[in-house]
Design a protein around this ligand. Structure first.
Ligand SMILES: Cc1ncc(COP(=O)(O)O)c(C=O)c1O
Length: 422
């Protein structure tokens, strides 16, 4: 299946492309679904073919129009990965995607590919704990430094001030995670992209990288809003069944060439089986995420009314006039299905509530078909300092819920039962 209709030249929608793009059944005995290509290496039809495939893969020569790059070795390319990459790039409307063995390998490979000693990253905070550790502990050992500024409406201004302090010429990446985990705070992606342009010198500008794990690829398209790289933990909504660990980076062909070369060198690509599972998952990502958001909207409304609940953070609850609502309206097309709510009674009450769920499971991670609940202060954000936890609104009574696709009435009953402690 091609990306455009042959007669009308109109691009198909990603929901449609996710079922056919990049796969020709004639190469696989007519199988409707791509088989798993569980192979480490690929046979060349001739030595000349092998030579040519390497020339293209190692960037020694440009691919000619219509030329097939050719399969070599599963650390460089594999059909399950390539088909998935075409389809997720279609979702993000980017030129190229690369799939990795985890969200963390996607983030670390992209950063190591594009930055050098002496370079500086400006990042929003909080970011996912693994990213935080990579930024604060690992990167400084390689001479790359990171300044984190508070995530939210003020992030572009705070980054502008930080760049002026540090020296705009040193800033090589603006990294944002939006919505933030677990606060659901939103960051204005077009304003970050505009800042990157302002900081640019001599045709070079900082790369704008957005971790789109919470809302993408369905409810937020950062590349259309000015991001250069869109990053995912595909373990979450893209995988969607809590049965795999993977990551994705998408962006322009030029940037992705460098990222993919680093992936080849580090060997951080996903395996063929994970690629095959991701192909299955991508077919339903829109259906799943919309159903999850539909359930989440109702549960958020229930939580707002509950006397034991002090506050609820969920994009759908934002009100006109709130600057966060303005960002939501411009950057997102739906609220997703992560709700953070604070209950009265601190950790003790939160734990009692968490232990009473019967449908939602007590586990970290998110985005799967099943509902999950967890306690950020003692679990996902346990290594964040108490001061920072306070700043990010990670209170002892805060519970994070990832809403699944279960029947709404069961979820409502489960949530009400869990909250009604006495
Ligand atoms: C927003 C975000 N980014 C990145 C990651 C890292 O992904 P992975 O666990 O697939 O390495 C996570 C994991 O929870 C996450 O929530």
């Amino acid at each position: 299946m091609k990306r455009h209709h042959s007669r009308e030249k109109k691009e198909f929608n990603p929901e449609t492309l996710a079922l056919g793009l990049g796969y020709d059944s004639k190469f696989s005995e007519g199988a409707i679904k791509p088989p798993i290509f569980l192979t480490s290496t690929f046979q060349f039809q001739s030595a000349e073919d092998g030579k040519r495939f390497f020339e293209i893969a190692y960037g020694l020569d440009e691919k000619r129009p219509g030329e097939d790059p050719g399969l070599i070795y599963s650390r460089l390319n594999n059909p399950n990965l390539q088909i998935f990459e075409e389809r997720i790039a279609a979702w993000d409307r980017t030129e190229q995607a690369a799939v990795f063995s985890s969200g963390m390998s996607a983030i670390s490979t992209a950063v190591l590919a594009l930055l050098s000693p002496g370079d500086h990253i400006l990042s929003s905070s909080p970011v996912y704990g693994g990213t935080h550790y990579f930024f604060e502990v690992v990167l400084p050992r390689f001479g790359i430094t990171v300044t984190q500024v508070t995530g939210g409406t003020e992030t572009p201004q705070l980054m502008r001030e930080a760049a002026a302090r540090i020296g705009p010429e040193k800033i090589k990446m603006l990294y944002v995670e939006t919505p933030a985990n677990p606060s659901n705070v939103l960051i204005d992606i077009p304003a970050i992209a505009a800042l990157a342009k302002d900081l640019g010198r001599d045709g070079q500008k900082p790369v704008v990288a957005v971790d789109n794990t919470f809302l993408g690829p369905v409810f937020q398209r950062p590349a259309a809003l000015g991001a250069d790289l869109v990053i995912y933990s595909a373990t979450k909504f893209i995988g969607g069944h809590s049965d795999l660990v993977a990551g994705v980076v998408t962006g322009s062909a030029e940037l992705m060439k460098t990222v993919m070369m680093m992936r080849t060198v580090l060997g951080t690509m996903a395996g063929p089986f994970a690629g095959w599972l991701l192909l299955r998952s991508l077919e339903t990502v829109s259906v799943r995420m919309r159903r999850q958001a539909k359930n989440a909207r109702k549960l958020a409304a229930l939580l707002v009314e509950h006397p034991r609940v002090i506050s609820v953070a969920y994009p759908d609850l934002l009100q006109e006039g709130d600057p966060q609502y303005d960002i939501y309206r411009r950057c997102c097309t739906g609220p997703g299905s992560l709700i953070a709510f604070e209950v009265e009674g601190g950790e003790e009450a939160a734990f009692k509530i968490l232990n009473r769920f019967e449908v939602a499971r007590l586990a970290v991670s998110l985005g799967g078909t099943e509902s999950l609940v967890e306690h950020p202060a003692s679990m996902t954000h346990a290594d964040v300092s108490p001061e920072e936890r306070e700043e990010f609104g990670i209170k002892p009574g805060l519970i994070r819920m990832s809403v699944g696709i279960e029947h709404l009435s069961d979820l409502e009953r489960d949530l009400t039962h869990a909250l009604d402690l006495d």
